[in-house]
Design a protein around this ligand. Structure first.
Ligand SMILES: Nc1ncnc2c1ncn2[C@@H]1O[C@H](COP(=O)(O)OP(=O)(O)OP(=O)(O)O)[C@@H](O)[C@H]1O
Length: 345
C-alpha cells in the first residue's frame, strides 16, 4: 500500500461520547440451510441454534475520535457496527446516542440520529442502486429530508462529488460505468450528502486494490479534518487501521479482548490474540519475529468455548482460562485487556 497520510491526533479523551454501548449483546437464530427450510415448511420441527454474535460489549466513541475495530471474519464486527449505527437493535444492553438510549428517542430525534450516523460498506456496488444515475443516488436523501431545496440540489450534489474526489461532469452516469474505487467515492458522497458527523466504515477498503485502498483511506482522513468527523473503522486487517486510528479495539468471538491507543496496541500489545494478529501484519517485521501468528480456525459462535473464548488457540492458556471469563482490566492508563495472565503474576 502506498503512503497513507497520518492525521494529527485529536485529544479526544475529554470529549463527550458520541455513541456508547453498554453491555450490548446480539444473538441470532442460526440461518437454516435449504433442507432445514424445506423440512420446516413441511411441518417438521427443526432445531435452530443460537449464534452469539456479540456478547456483552462496552464501548464509548468520543467526538472527533477514529476508533479501529479489528478481528477475524465472523467475530461480530459488522453486527457491532450495525448496532452502533442504530440499524440493528441489540438483544441485550443499551446503545446511547449522545448520552440517550436510542430506544427513548422521539421519531424526529431517531431520524436525526440515523442521518447523523452513516455507514460505508465493503461493496459499494451492492449498496448503490444500479438503475439510478449518480446525481440521484447522491441527491435523493438530502432532498427527501429537506436538507436542500429542489432548485439547489444540482449544485449541492456537485459539491458532494467534488468533496469525495469525483468529477461532477460524470454525475449523469450509472454506477456500473465506474471503477471500484470511484464507486466507493460515490458511496462516500452519498453518505456525506446527509451531513453526518459519524461514519461507520465496515471493511470499506477491503474490496479495493492496494493502491486504491490508500487513496480512499487518505480521503477518509481529509474528510475527518474538513468536516470534524468521528469514525468507527471496521477491518479484519490491523495493518489497515494502523495509520488512521486514535484507538484500536480488538474483538474475538463476540467480545472485546483489548482496547488501547493505536500506539499502545502496536508497540505494547497485551492480549495473546492481539500479538498473534500483529504477527500477521506483513510490514511489521520485528513483531513477526516476536510473536507467532494465530493458529487454527476461529471456533463457531454457535458453541463458543467456555471461559476465555481464545483459550483453545492460546499458547499461554492455563486451567483458569478454560473456566472463567476474563474481564477487561486496565493494564496501563487507557489500556484495557481481558486476559487472566495479567492477574497470574
Ligand atoms: N442475520 C443473521 N442471522 C444469523 N446469523 C448471523 C446474522 N448476521 C450475522 N450472523 C452470524 O453472526 C456472526 C458474526 O457475524 P458478523 O458478520 O458480525 O462478523 P464479522 O466479524 O463482521 O465477519 P465478516 O467480516 O466475515 O462479516 C457470524 O457467525 C455470522 O454468521
Amino acid at each position: 500500500m502506498s503512503e497513507v497520510l497520518t492525521p494529527p491526533r485529536v485529544a479526544a479523551q475529554d470529549a463527550a461520547p458520541i455513541i456508547e454501548l453498554r453491555g450490548v449483546a446480539k444473538r441470532f437464530a442460526d440461518r437454516l440451510d435449504v433442507a432445514a427450510k424445506l423440512a420446516r415448511r413441511l411441518g417438521v420441527r427443526v432445531r435452530q441454534d443460537v449464534v452469539h454474535a456479540v456478547d456483552g460489549v462496552d464501548l464509548a466513541i468520543r467526538r472527533g475520535e477514529v476508533v479501529g475495530l479489528v478481528g477475524e471474519s465472523g467475530c461480530g464486527k459488522s453486527t457491532l457496527g450495525r448496532m452502533v449505527a442504530g440499524i440493528m437493535p441489540p438483544s441485550d444492553g443499551a446503545v446511547l446516542w449522545r448520552g440517550r438510549d436510542l430506544r427513548s428517542l422521539s421519531g424526529a430525534e431517531a431520524r436525526e440520529a440515523k442521518l447523523r450516523t452513516q455507514m460505508i460498506f465493503q461493496d459499494p456496488y451492492a449498496s448503490l442502486n444500479p438503475r439510478l444515475r449518480v446525481q440521484d443516488i447522491v441527491g435523493e436523501a438530502p432532498r427527501v429530508h429537506g436538507l436542500v431545496g429542489r432548485g439547489e440540489v444540482e449544485g449541492y450534489v456537485d459539491g458532494q462529488l467534488r468533496r469525495a474526489g469525483l468529477d461532477p461532469a460524470l454525475k449523469r452516469r450509472y454506477p456500473h460505468q465506474f471503477s471500484g474505487g470511484q464507486r466507493q467515492r460515490i458511496g462516500i458522497a452519498r453518505a456525506l450528502a446527509v451531513q453526518p458527523d459519524f461514519l461507520v466504515c465496515d471493511e470499506a477498503v477491503a474490496a479495493l486494490d492496494v493502491s486504491i485502498q490508500a487513496q480512499i483511506l487518505n480521503l477518509f482522513m481529509k474528510l475527518r479534518r474538513e468536516l470534524d468527523l468521528t469514525y468507527l473503522f471496521i477491518s479484519h486487517d490491523l495493518g489497515v487501521v494502523e495509520h488512521l486510528s486514535d484507538r484500536v479495539v480488538i474483538m474475538y468471538l463476540g467480545r472485546v479482548v483489548e482496547e488501547a491507543s493505536a500506539e499502545a496496541v502496536f508497540r505494547r500489545p497485551n492480549h495473546p490474540y492481539t500479538r498473534a494478529l500483529l504477527a500477521e501484519v506483513p510490514r511489521i517485521e520485528v513483531r513477526k519475529r516476536a510473536f507467532a501468528g494465530v493458529k487454527g480456525e476461529i471456533p463457531s459462535p454457535l458453541n463458543p468455548p467456555g471461559g476465555c473464548h481464545f483459550h483453545p488457540r492460546c499458547p499461554h492458556a492455563f486451567a483458569r482460562c478454560r473456566l472463567e471469563r476474563p474481564v477487561l482490566r486496565e493494564v496501563a492508563p487507557g489500556h484495557r485487556s481481558a486476559c487472566h495472565l495479567n492477574e497470574a503474576t
